[in-house]
Write a protein that binds this ligand. Sequence first.
Ligand SMILES: [Mn+2]
Length: 312
Amino acid sequence: MQNTDSLPHHITLIGAPTDIGAGARGASMGPEALRVADLGPVIEAQGFQVTDRGNLYGPANPWLPPVEGYRHLDEVAAWNRVVHEAVYEELSLGRLPILLGGDHCLGIGSISAVARHCRATGKKLRVLWLDAHADFNTNALTPTGNIHGMPVACLCGYGPAQITGLSGQTPDIEPGWVRQIGIRSVDQGEKRLVHEAGLEVFDMRYLDEMGMRATMESALSGLDADTHLHVSFDVDFLDPEIAPGVGTTVPGGPTYREAQLCMEMIADTGLMRSLDVVELNPAFDVRNKTAELAVDLIESLFGKSTLMRRGS
Ligand SMILES: [Mn+2]
């Protein structure tokens, strides 16, 4: 069953070429790699109208050590403000924004905009966080100061004033609105905070034991027509054997088929209204194959089905 007919007809690509929150340089080349892999035309072929609004502009990466547990906090805040405004504008116009990162710190700007939009329109919000990492660090817990490891914490109110409450309210979202899938690398202190906050995590152990289908059924349970489903797709969610083009590979991620099933089950809900594609790092990629894989999976998010089932 494919319900992607109910998605907004108009899709907007928003490039945010920065690695300001990452521990390796190169995610700044992500938006172009996705375009080279034909992201726009591939979505258009599924029957949507796609506008590429080009790239946002923000500060360069000064590549400095952390200050009080944060690297590049001012620059991260500046990037997230422009991301927030662009994503909010597209949602207000009734379009489905796809944020092309860039590193995952940009989830702060993107999801705070989604939260603001949901508040303004009386929608419930569910965030699917597809990632190898929980991204729930704080400056006191982080071993590196890289803010791409902190966006979920910031959105839930654990973070500095500059990057919390961008939606106009702190916290921007409740931990109970988030479902994390594919998690397999969490720092010690971070793990404690994840449990304290009550985040729902479907880690790789859960996926191994239950399978992708049962995992997604749980992660997607309780959605209704009033729910805005946001998907934050960190490409390091995928097993590095199939997706080497990321800065922080962690072995033991979902296979190609598992990832496809994940995307198809999201498409089946017909409720996805915004999407981040982040952490693609062409400097580590092999002939753009990770970008092509990401585009292939996004095609499934927008309704491409491999099933032979009637009506699919
Ligand atoms: Mn991430």
